[in-house]
Design a protein around this ligand. Structure first.
Ligand code: GRG
Length: 335
């Protein structure tokens, strides 16, 4: 725990945040193992490979903290926390196939090991397994939420594909993609526990908004880390977004503010889809010179602040304070 002088708040550390739901997360892990049971080997093998990869479990932790803030954990919330982590993993698998990525979380991606065809089909099976578990809740609101999130994610991915290789993307486009690809899933992690706790419509919507803002903040930091972090910390190559032809917000700021030469360097990477003529360090340098890192950080902090402001309207509990501390962890994360 530490005191943040700027916000005049006590901020929980990442360990303290996870510590509050450590027991619940153990139950979620057990649940995840159940989902991967299948007599068809590629399904069980790929499923296990994914859950053993050591993701941060941010989404289930957020869902569990929200459930506890609203009054407590039930078997339903444990299952839904596992569903959200599983959906996240199934989308990452699809994303790696689409992008042809060969590394994820510091290891060969599933498609690198099993090939695209098996990976997509196993990903689809696992996705439907998550829905089958969610169906067990017998709650149309829950299913509606999950279907909506899935469609948003697919839309985000499709929108992004239409912009691949293009330098004329707008910041509105980029924020829209971030919202669909990432923020909706985060918002679901706060909405679902509110639905199963029979929350009133206003608080369900408020929690949905809070999750959305946390998700936006998370994705913007993800875009930054792609440029500023290391291969070791991230478990994938540096600046892979640009190499894949994707302009992210920090690079957008560089295109907007930079010199003609800066713009040309970004274009070269987009054209070559490689760091042949230009190196990742050159891109980071020109992005920093155009204040792209700072501006993206400021925007990520704005989204986080909006989330915190609405969280403060809930009665103070350690769980609420843990969620209020998540932005600090998001903004300062290194992976
Ligand atoms: C619904 C079948 C189906 C496909 C979905 C591919 C796709 C369509 C959506 C992809 C969305 C995507 C890849 C979003 C990126 C999300 C993101 C920021 C991932 C990184 O999350 P972390 O850092 O990862 O939480 P760990 O490894 O910690 O779990």
């Amino acid at each position: 725990m530490s005191y943040n002088a700027q916000s005049m708040k006590t901020v929980l550390t990442q360990q303290e945040i996870y510590g509050l739901v450590a027991g619940d997360l153990v139950r979620v892990e057990d649940e995840l193992k159940v989902y991967t049971r299948s007599s068809i080997e590629p399904i069980s093998e790929i499923g296990r490979y994914l859950i053993d990869a050591g993701g941060k479990r941010v989404r289930p932790a957020l869902l569990l903290l929200t459930a506890r803030m609203l009054g407590g954990i039930s078997d339903s919330t444990i299952r839904l926390a596992a569903v959200m982590e599983f959906i996240h993993n199934a989308t990452l698998v699809h994303d790696d196939v689409i992008d042809g990525s060969d590394t994820r979380r510091g290891r060969p991606s599933a498609n690198a090991n099993w090939g695209n065809a098996m990976t997509v089909l196993a990903g689809d099976w696992l996705y439907m397994e998550s829905f089958a578990v969610a169906l067990g809740e017998r709650n149309f609101d829950v299913l509606n939420t999950l279907i909506g999130i899935t469609q948003k994610m697919v839309e985000g991915e499709l929108l992004q594909l239409t912009l691949v290789g293009r330098k004329d993307v707008g910041d509105k486009h980029l924020l829209d993609i971030a919202r669909r690809k990432t923020a909706h899933l985060f918002s679901g992690c706060m909405r679902l526990p509110a639905i199963v706790a029979d929350g009133d419509p206003d608080s369900v919507e408020k929690l949905t908004r809070i999750g959305m803002n946390l998700g936006m903040s998370f994705q913007l930091v993800d875009d930054l880390l792609d440029l500023t972090s290391t291969k070791e910390a991230m478990g994938k190559p540096v600046a892979s977004d640009l190499k894949e032809g994707k302009v992210t917000l920090p690079v957008y700021y560089a295109l907007e503010q930079g010199t003609a030469e800066d713009r040309r360097m970004v274009e070269l990477v987009l054209e070559e889809r490689d760091f042949r003529s230009v190196k990742p360090e050159d891109i980071l340098e020109l992005v920093e010179r155009a204040d792209g890192v700072k501006r993206t950080r400021v925007l990520a902090a704005d989204f986080a602040r909006q989330a915190i402001r609405e969280l403060e309207t809930f009665p103070p509990t350690p769980y609420r304070d843990a969620i209020i501390s998540i932005p600090e962890f998001i903004i300062n994360r290194q992976m």
